[in-house]
Design a protein around this ligand. Sequence first.
Ligand SMILES: [Zn+2]
Length: 196
Amino acid sequence: MRYDLREFCTTSTPKNPQLHHLELEARQKMVHKSCSTMKVRCFIWRALMNRIPVANNLLCRGITVQNSLCQLCNNEQESVDHLLVNCSYTKCAMDWIYKWCGIQLHQVLNIGDLIHYAANWGNCPKKRTILTSILYCSICCIWLERNNRLFKNKKVPPTKLADEIITLSYTWCNYRSKYGCGTWASWGCSLFNHSY
Ligand SMILES: [Zn+2]
């Protein structure tokens, strides 16, 4: 499926067009270009707009789901913020990623907080782009893990998912960043201790 970011900015029906436009514009600015593809950025945008088909959203549309619990922890209702930020499985995988990046995220309670954090992190645009790419990659990998469990009955532990995020984000940054991202050895050790 092909996504167009502009399409998501214009297809919703606002209650207050002026306020809605401002909110859309603010959210659109938060989705940084990063080293990710347009498809990934559109997925991030849809998550920000609460428009990905998690169980809660399907139920709101009157669509029957067999199990409305989170596919990752099987413990709470599946919402966008729960699945991508607050789920115990997601937190376990992301703790590894945050440690590897050398960052601490205590105030992140929802997907908007996470994207806002990435968009405003640090003073170096190069490193901010790398971090943003890693966080976008993490969000996509969590969504993929959720779908693998739901549709393919395949699952990996959170530590393995963190390894996959580190590998995939290196590929993204290595091939798509105009700054480069160093060697695989330096990437795998301590991410932001060397310059790009
Ligand atoms: Zn969960």
